[in-house]
Design a protein around this ligand. Structure first.
Ligand code: GLN
Ligand code: ZN
Length: 764
């Protein structure tokens, strides 16, 4: 009999209960015991939920208070020294690793001041993990029995689970060495593997029938030494006598498949949503005892699975290895999708029927499994309904809008190119904008005060009229403009008070998007996001930002910068469609933005910024696929911005990542000015700066920190930048938008930045 399996379930809770409980604990409102009780209830609820939907193999140890990768650092005692010197409880040590801790001395306890571990994106998803840190002093040993405890907790409730562990090779490949240490993390594998053996033995003793062991790095291009380490590592793990299901996901295994051949594991899981070719590849190396877990229900998107296609894939696996050796599974953990569709009553029924969130995906797994075990007749109704949903979607007028498609067909290469090369048009711009040397500007948003948020909420709830709201926004804009004039910034912004979020705001103004009320997805720790969903062809029925930007320009004689979110960021921070290529979706968004750019220009806005912070994270997992992505990503930006006159200045902005890999792509956007996060990774960026051919504003202060750098520090940074960037191309700005900051530090930061700039101007 084929069995169904889930690789990991969203832990945040239907109504973000885990977020609320952890935040209540952090602020001292509930005790550690109360927090543990809340967590225990949630775990039980989620196990039962999956069982009730009919899932056979339910995961445990997929729960985490903060991050499942950090759980492994904690479990195997990879805890950097700096967290241990305060004598915190284990739970507080754990949270200090995740979010840092700062508290004054009190009750005879010393003051605590320790930053969090480094946070990194989990492959190409929007989830962030805390990067493990190891050193030659790290002593791997079992520091926690969380995995065993949670297994037993489920068992007590009569639910047999399959514990989930992150594989040791992936753990160390993603780890970094602590600053003081020169150790190469991967060299520590033999030591770490022994600690894994200890844990696996405990799981076997506790009654675990099998253990899921995740090795997602197998979807990456890997160095030979890493690939080679699999054999010996898994031979060591085999000593524990656990039945291991080695799970891979997020992409094709390609040549990495070779190392799986003959590996002493009981089964292999593959993602056939992202990479259908994984099926044949894996069948060719599977031994005649090993189980094949077919990841056919996507853990990465919110679309219903096409049952007809899925059954065909599963049948193929059964034909090859027999039904006793096939598992039907989610492609990856379904942590990446919202909890459930129930309660989303604002969605039109004709669109809602296309979606499956986490709970619904569990039901899909059960149906597919029944279909292959008992024959299609046993689930005829479900199969028919699924086919009808798919047909309705394919035929829906919103998924194929003729006007949008015609416009795409008429896009010409010239539309991607400014009329005049950078050097020449930039001097025209400087003439018309009358900017000084080292022009100063900000990234767009100013503090989103409580008053702004409260007033927006009132407007959304209908408690104040559109006129009242508009008047409020105009007031805010006027104040922010006056503030910028007073402190002496050169290119002003309107401050973005009308925006809830830089993607949602645009999604709400365009056709082709829908929104959930409760579709939260964990981004990191207790932070969740609610991504818009792209359901159809995207177009822009009318101006989105012109009213605010034109008003802002009307209250100042200084240049006002219009502010847009660029195509890839809108696409990446939404759930994209799975029925058309992402390049096509990006182009549709770009065409809408192109109209907006031209309307802004017509309204007298002469500087326009298109933020593209997500450009880096869109890079595919394999280098061989980068060129194709960069090509459409760059084209989309250029299509959005390429239609303006020579003396309209195009800006772009980048943050949240390491840019070395995409510096050429950034240059390829042909923006006149880019601002780029820099203050936290100074040296990394410096090496490439001098190669940049247009204007650049490396961020001068970290907007995530309330600390205000003194004038001298700003001046030092400017001096350092002048060494790499030609003087006539250097712009002065912060790292990113100021919306999360308060007014006092915003004022102090900008004042110091401007004083330092004036000194630099005098000296140069
Ligand atoms: N213009 C946006 C802001 O200032 C940019 C935000 C971002 O890059 N994340 O808030
Ligand atoms: Zn930014």
């Amino acid at each position: 009999m084929v069995q169904s399996a889930v690789l990991g379930f969203p832990r945040i809770g239907k109504n973000r209960e885990l977020k609320k409980a952890t935040e209540a604990y952090w602020s001292g409102k509930i005790s550690a015991d109360e927090l543990n009780t809340a967590a225990k209830n949630l775990r039980l609820e989620h196990w039962k939920l999956q069982k009730d939907q009919g899932v056979d193999i339910v995961p445990s140890n997929d729960f985490s208070f903060y991050d499942q990768i950090m759980d492994h650092s904690f479990t195997f005692n990879a805890i950097p020294e700096r967290y241990l010197k305060y004598d915190l409880t284990p739970l507080d040590t754990y949270f200090a690793m995740g979010r840092g801790m700062q508290r004054p001395a009190a009750d005879g306890k010393p003051a605590v001041d320790v930053p969090s571990q480094e946070m990194v994106k989990w492959f190409d998803s929007n989830y962030h993990f805390l990067r493990p840190e190891v050193s030659d002093k790290t002593e791997f040993k079992l520091n926690s029995t969380k995995a065993v405890d949670e297994f037993l907790e489920a068992k007590q409730a009569n639910i047999q689970t399959r514990p989930v562990l992150l594989g040791p090779v992936t753990f160390l490949y993603l780890a970094k060495a602590t600053k003081e240490s020169s150790v190469k993390p991967i060299d520590l594998l033999p030591k770490l593997a022994s600690a894994y053996v200890e844990l696996l033995k405990k799981l076997v003793e506790a009654g675990a029938e099998s253990v899921q062991i995740d090795e997602p790095i197998l979807a990456l291009d890997l160095p030979k030494e890493v690939l080679d380490s699999y054999k010996s590592t898994y031979e060591t793990l085999a000593q524990a006598g656990a039945k291991l299901i080695l799970t891979t996901y997020f992409g094709p295994l390609k040549q990495n498949i070779e190392i799986l051949k003959g590996l002493p594991v009981a089964g292999i899981h593959i993602d056939v949503c992202r990479a259908p070719e994984n099926l044949d590849d894996t069948l060719s190396i599977l031994s005649d005892k090993q189980v094949l877990s077919v990841g056919i229900v996507s853990g990465r998107n919110i679309w219903k699975t096409d049952f007809q296609k899925a059954v065909a894939v599963i049948e193929k696996a059964i034909a090859a290895v027999g039904s006793e050796r096939v598992i039907v599974a989610s492609s990856s953990s379904i942590l990446h999708i919202p909890h459930s569709l129930s309660g989303e009553d604002q969605l039109k029924p004709e669109i809602k029927r296309w979606f499956a969130f986490a709970v619904e995906k569990c039901a899909e797994l059960a149906i597919l499994t029944k279909a292959v075990n008992e024959g299609p007749a046993s689930v005829r109704k479900e199969l028919e309904a699924n086919a009808a949903d798919a047909k309705a979607r394919a035929e829906s007028p919103i998924t194929n809008v003729k006007a949008v498609r015609d416009r795409q067909a008429a896009v010409t290469p010239e539309m991607h190119t400014r009329a005049t090369p950078f050097e020449k048009r930039y001097s025209l711009q400087q003439e018309s904008l009358k900017l000084p040397q080292f022009p100063t500007t900000t990234i767009g948003s100013f503090p989103q005060t409580k008053e702004i948020r409260v007033t927006r909420n009132k407007f959304v709830k209908g408690l104040i009229s559109a006129e009242e709201y508009d008047a409020f926004i105009r007031n805010e804009i006027t104040d922010v403009v006056k503030f910028q004039e007073n402190i002496g910034l050169d290119v002003l912004v309107h401050g973005e008070p009308e925006r809830n979020d830089m993607v949602q705001y645009f999604g709400e103004k365009m056709e082709g998007f829908v929104f959930t009320v409760n579709g939260w997805v964990q981004s990191y720790g207790s932070r969740c996001v609610r991504p818009p969903i792209i359901v159809g062809d995207v177009s822009r029925p009318g101006p989105m930002t012109v009213k605010e930007s034109a008003f802002a320009q009307s209250v100042t004689s200084k240049p006002m910068k219009g502010m847009l979110t660029a195509p890839i960021t809108i696409l990446r921070w939404s759930f994209p469609r799975d029925d058309v290529e992402e390049s096509i979706q990006a182009q549709q968004i770009a065409l809408g933005l192109r109209d907006e750019v031209l309307d802004l220009e017509k309204a007298g806005v002469r500087v326009i910024q298109c933020d593209e912070p997500a450009l880096r994270e869109g890079l595919p997992l394999r280098r061989a696929d980068w060129a194709q992505y960069v090509d459409y990503a760059v084209k989309a930006f250029r299509l959005a911005t390429g239609g303006v006159k020579d003396d309209t200045q195009i800006h772009s902005h980048f943050c949240y990542s390491d840019f070395n890999d995409i510096f050429d792509a950034i240059q390829g956007l042909d923006a006149d000015v880019v601002s780029i996060e820099n203050s936290k990774s100074d040296m990394k960026l410096m090496s490439v700066l001098s190669n940049y051919k247009s204007c650049i504003g490396p961020g001068l202060f970290d907007i995530h920190s309330p600390r205000v750098p003194p004038v001298e520090e700003f001046k030092e940074r400017i001096d350092a930048l002048i060494k790499s960037v030609p003087k006539n191309r250097l712009w002065i700005n912060p790292d990113c938008g100021l919306k999360t900051r308060g007014w006092p530090e915003t004022t102090a930061d900008l004042e110091n930045m401007i004083v330092a700039t004036r000194i630099a101007r005098n000296e140069n």
